[in-house]
Design a protein around this ligand. Structure first.
Ligand code: AVJ
Length: 319
């Protein structure tokens, strides 16, 4: 087998069907909502990469700092022969980990974006010619069908993407992680931390407008895939802190009353002036909460590391 393989765990039409279901349901209900995974077509993945370089978007830099300082500890504690990374994107931060994991044989990046997987897989193989890269185009919320690779395994879920899931979805996801792992396997989890509102909101509402473009990209995805006639200029980007749930919400707010036709789902979605579509939640965490959620899924948290400014945490837990 070639050292780089890309497997779709879902047929392409399953992805299309999932998009149709999410759009049909999400734009018919009140309040309207769309799941954040549809941001990430090729353009959306590019825009997210740009976000990670913005001065106000600290999570990526904070997490990289932790990974750089703790990679050797993580390697020694896990002895991983397989590294699985969910939502791998450009696999940029993972480089440090891969470099530190001396016994690593197989890297399994999992992402909904095939374009990101192909580019990242090739770049990594150029640096680590001995590595087997088994990329999976998959939606980790649809269950974790992982390839049978050598243990111990380390499952990395970085970037704070856990925060995109609602609390009950998080619980289901962590149970699926537990079920997919074997005793002695580990989970490396990145979680953004609760902090002052101004810092949080600025991270999701940059003056450069990159996050606004990223948010509106979901409308272009619907236009392209489902023949919609959204005009992104009809919507404002909104980022707000929900203090009750301790999460950031991104929304798209209709600037006027309008009707959008989406032939692919046979829908005419009407918006009142000022009506919102919630496009993302990004929950922020505390150590106790993470420990408790992991324990409820049968995972024991053994390490909790934060960056020097205490903005972001990386935790290691074992099955
Ligand atoms: C990639 C999901 C971690 O929630 O911070 C960035 C996505 N959304 N800016 C996050 C995102 C708006 C990001 N995650």
């Amino acid at each position: 087998m070639s050292p780089l393989s890309i497997t779709r765990t879902l047929p392409a039409d399953a992805t299309a069907a999932a998009l149709r279901a999410d759009v049909a349901q999400g734009l018919s209900r009140t309040p309207k909502q769309l799941p954040p995974k549809w941001f990430y077509d090729a353009r959306g993945s590019e825009l997210f990469e740009e976000i990670t370089k913005l001065p106000d978007y600290y999570p990526t830099r904070a997490e990289r700092e932790i990974l750089l300082t703790r990679a050797d500890h993580i390697a020694a504690a896990t002895n991983a022969r397989t590294l699985i990374e969910l939502g791998s994107g450009s696999s940029d931060k993972t480089r440090h980990l891969i470099g530190a994991l001396t016994g690593l044989q197989t890297y399994v990046p999992v992402d909904v974006s095939e374009s990101a997987l192909a580019a990242a897989g090739e770049a990594l193989l150029a640096e680590h010619p001995g590595l087997t890269v088994h990329a999976l185009v998959a939606d980790f919320q649809q269950g974790l069908a992982l390839p049978d690779t050598p243990g111990p395994r380390l499952l990395a879920f970085l970037g704070g993407t856990l925060g995109n899931l609602l609390p009950d979805e998080r619980a289901a996801f962590l149970h699926a992680v537990h079920a997919a792992l074997s005793p002695g396997d580990a989970l490396l989890l990145g979680t953004d931390l609760v902090k002052d509102e101004a810092t949080l909101v600025a991270a999701y509402d940059d003056p450069q407008g990159v996050t606004a473009a990223f948010n509106k990209n979901v409308l272009q995805v619907i236009n392209r895939e489902l023949g919609g006639d959204f005009d992104p200029a009809d919507f404002d980007h909104v980022a707000l802190w929900n203090a009750e749930h301790e999460w950031i919400e991104m929304r798209l707010r209709a600037r006027k009353e309008l009707t959008v036709k989406i032939p692919g789902v046979d829908l005419a979605a009407t918006f009142a002036a000022g009506e919102d579509v919630r496009t993302e939640i990004s929950a922020k965490f505390r150590e106790d909460g993470v420990r408790t959620e992991l324990a409820a899924a049968g995972m024991e948290l053994t390490n909790w590391w934060t960056d020097s400014a205490d903005r972001f945490a990386l935790s290691l837990s074992f099955r």
